[in-house]
Design a protein around this ligand. Structure first.
Ligand code: IMP
Length: 187
């Protein structure tokens, strides 16, 4: 069995992803300029592909930085506990910041990051997320750039994982129920 056989359906194709990412980059190109370059903070691991494709379409000068956040245990449900596993390499004091996320689900991870960043005195903070799952929101969070809204299903691919795997699938998809069940032992 190949990894592709585990996929039940494609939610967002490669072409749709790439087309929308160009549009998001254009939205950002209209806001930021070389006069006051922002730093783009990629929230790892899930946002690495989005970040790589997005930044290739940005016209303005910018720097990139990375932060590793862990909010989930094993499986598909949030534990609500957010931890910084690797912090930024540079200060964001007096800087414009764009947080680049893979998906905003309950909102707890983003809320934690926003509150943490606010205490570091940035000039501004905006948030870009590839995916948004508003039906699952438990805490209100501001999001400035949204790629796609997704239904209340566990999605993966294009950087998003299930048990650390499937990140390399080039589209956003949903696994066959049997695959989740075989790993998690859920009904
Ligand atoms: P939140 O704190 O509930 O908003 O969850 C945010 C993080 O959980 C995201 O950055 C993802 O890493 C992960 N996550 C949430 N929903 C999904 C999903 O459907 N597939 C894969 N990862 C997800």
């Amino acid at each position: 069995m190949s990894m592709r056989d585990d996929i039940e359906k494609v939610l967002i194709s490669e072409e749709e992803l790439q087309g929308r990412i160009v549009q998001l980059a254009q939205e950002m190109n209209a806001i930021y300029s070389d006069d006051d370059p922002p730093v783009l903070v990629c929230i790892l691991k899930g946002a690495y592909m989005f970040m790589a494709d997005l930044t290739r379409h940005l016209d303005f000068r910018h720097e990139v930085d990375f932060m590793v956040i862990s909010s989930y245990g094993k499986g598909t449900t949030s534990t609500g506990v957010v931890r910084i596993l690797l912090d930024l390499t540079y200060s964001i004091d007096n800087r414009h910041v764009v947080i680049v996320e893979d998906i905003v689900d309950t909102g707890h991870t983003l809320d934690y990051i926003l509150r943490n960043f606010a205490s570091r005195n940035p000039t501004s903070i905006r948030v870009a997320t590839l995916l948004n799952k508003p039906s699952r929101r438990e805490i209100e969070v501001p999001v400035d750039f949204i790629g796609f809204e997704v239904p209340n299903e566990f999605v993966l691919g294009y950087g998003l994982d299930f048990i650390e795997q499937y990140r390399n699938i080039p589209f956003i998809g949903v696994l066959k129920p049997a695959v989740y069940q075989s790993v998690l032992g859920e009904d």
